[in-house]
Design a protein. Structure first.
Lengths: 254, 259
């Protein structure tokens, strides 16, 4: 496992030095600051609107960064032939995939928690009533980002980076909508559509059902055991996707 | 990778077929390579472009799978092997020291051993002064030397170098040749691909010549360079264009012709 950590440390160093990451992060912070304008036109709902809009920005930018960085994470090593240096050493394919994932996870922790803490402080300074659950919601967004990363890494083991990124974004979008689409098709009488909706619902990560944003803004109530269950579901999904990535990548020749 | 202690490298009947293009045309790039490299030998693997030299090394290292045949390394594992890829690219955001640190960690060296080996490897390739410089600022010759340093970071028994002299200026070539010479004097096993026949003649104890996915000649350098005159270049051209050649001195005990 120490080899996986060596690869993780190198991946973290690589991604954290990427200037595009900094540009996206600045843009994301600007979007969060823009929530001040929304707060100014709300009637006594400043904190709620800022948290709602801010968490959408954290999630959206987190996913965008995760998808575009992880789509090229494995392929770049192959294209630039740095894999020769790695795999001429006693490094397993699983250790490589785990290392790449862990390294980017560390970078994304800084990105997501950095944005969340910034949002928390902004809400505190402007509205004076940030919910402690805002930080937990940031943690949940981070788990969702990890799942999107694992899915995109899986696609990148056999597809070009652009295609892997598109597929990663599609899975994220499907994961946001699958719950609602299933509910809608259950209202209708088309068994085929309902069956398809069930397949999508079961295969893609069910992001909409495990989001903490409605809890933070007071639209939904959830106890800690429910929240833990959702977290376990996301972690399990990420682990399964990494396992599938390893199954594909171990057959690869360089 | 299978292991066999008798020889440093033992390749038998190695075949590799790949599919190419939209119609997935099958191309046989190795057609039954047989090659043995003894402990302590310095072997130059020669051949025209596309002969299968790089593929042979990659299969020996486990970077590619053979379609048939075996490639065994006579070492306990990849932690005893050093490898320099052809036209090696390294993480250019790392410094030379950071790259060697990464390689040492991948090889499982302890922290104390790491620092010691990094200092030794940098000294071996004469890059102590540039150790903290990012690799994107290295010249081609410096990159080749740091590549050799990462191949030597684990003090390997077996060293595989793929075109170590390619793209180097005369000074860089001399430096790399000096390193290979020193490895030979230390009794390490070195197998390297090269197109620069003069260097192979100067550095190697043995030569293997590949053509169209097969080893068509293997023997000591002296057998390839006739005592009455001629050069390794003449011999190479003759073997590659005309096929197998009997060794001049049959009593030398060389493995000689392989087909």
């Amino acid at each position: 496992m120490s080899r996986a950590f060596a690869i993780a440390a190198n991946t973290f160093r690589e991604t954290i030095r990427d200037r595009i990451l900094l540009v996206i992060l600045v843009f994301a912070l600007a979007m969060i600051v823009a929530s001040l304008w929304l707060a100014s036109i709300s009637l006594g709902q400043e904190a709620r609107l800022m948290q709602d809009f801010g968490l959408v920005a954290v999630s959206g930018f987190g996913v965008i960064v995760a998808v575009f960085v992880s789509a090229g994470l494995v392929r770049k090593e192959i294209d630039k032939r740095t894999v020769f240096i790695i795999f001429s050493k006693p490094v397993g394919r699983g250790e490589f995939i785990a290392g790449k994932f862990l390294g980017l996870s560390a970078t994304m922790a800084i990105v997501v928690f950095g944005m969340t803490v910034f949002l928390f402080l902004l809400v505190w300074a402007v509205a004076g009533e940030p919910s402690g659950r805002l930080l937990v919601a940031g943690g949940f967004i981070y788990l969702q980002v990890l799942v999107v990363m694992a899915v995109t890494i899986f696609f990148s083991t056999f597809a070009a980076p652009v295609l892997a990124a598109v597929l990663g974004l599609c899975v994220f979008a499907a994961g946001q909508l699958s719950h609602n689409v299933l509910s809608l098709t259950q209202l209708g009488e088309n068994a085929v559509l309902e069956g398809l909706s069930w397949v999508v619902f079961l295969v893609v990560p069910n992001f909409s059902a495990v989001s903490l944003t409605p809890v933070v803004v007071g639209e939904q109530v959830a106890d800690w055991s429910t929240i833990s269950g959702w977290g376990g579901y996301l972690v399990a999904y990420a682990v399964i996707m990494l396992g599938l990535s390893w199954l594909v990548f171990r057959r690869k020749e360089f | 990778m299978e292991r066999e202690p008798a020889a440093a490298v033992s390749i038998e009947g190695l075949r590799k077929t790949v599919t190419v293009g939209f119609r997935r045309r099958r191309v046989e790039i190795l057609k039954g390579v047989d090659l043995t490299v003894g402990e302590g030998e310095t072997v130059g693997l020669l051949g025209p472009n596309g002969a299968g030299k790089t593929t042979t090394l990659k299969i020996a290292l486990g970077l590619m799978r053979p379609s048939a045949g075996t490639a065994r390394l006579g070492v306990a594992g990849l932690h005893e092997v050093g490898y320099l890829p052809e036209n090696a690219y390294f993480y250019d955001y790392l410094s030379g020291r950071e790259l060697l640190g990464l390689c040492a960690r991948l090889l499982g060296l302890s922290r104390g051993a790491r620092d010691e080996r990094i200092a030794e490897a940098l000294k071996e390739v004469g890059l102590q002064d540039a150790a903290g410089t990012q690799l994107r600022k290295y010249s081609k010759g410096m990159l080749q030397r740091i590549g050799i340093a990462q191949a030597l970071i684990n003090d390997p028994r077996l060293i595989l170098l793929d075109e170590p002299m390619t793209g180097l200026d005369p000074i860089g070539r001399v430096e790399v040749k000096r390193i290979i010479q020193r490895l030979r004097e230390e009794g390490r096993t070195v197998l390297f691909n090269s197109h620069i026949l003069a260097d192979v003649g100067e550095l190697c104890s043995h030569v293997a010549i590949m053509r169209s996915g097969e080893v068509v000649w293997r023997g000591p350098v002296e057998d390839a360079v006739p005592s009455g005159g001629g050069s390794l270049e003449d011999f190479f051209v003759q073997v590659v264009t005309e096929g197998a050649v009997e060794p001049e001195n049959a009593e030398s005990g060389s493995p000689g012709v392989t087909r």
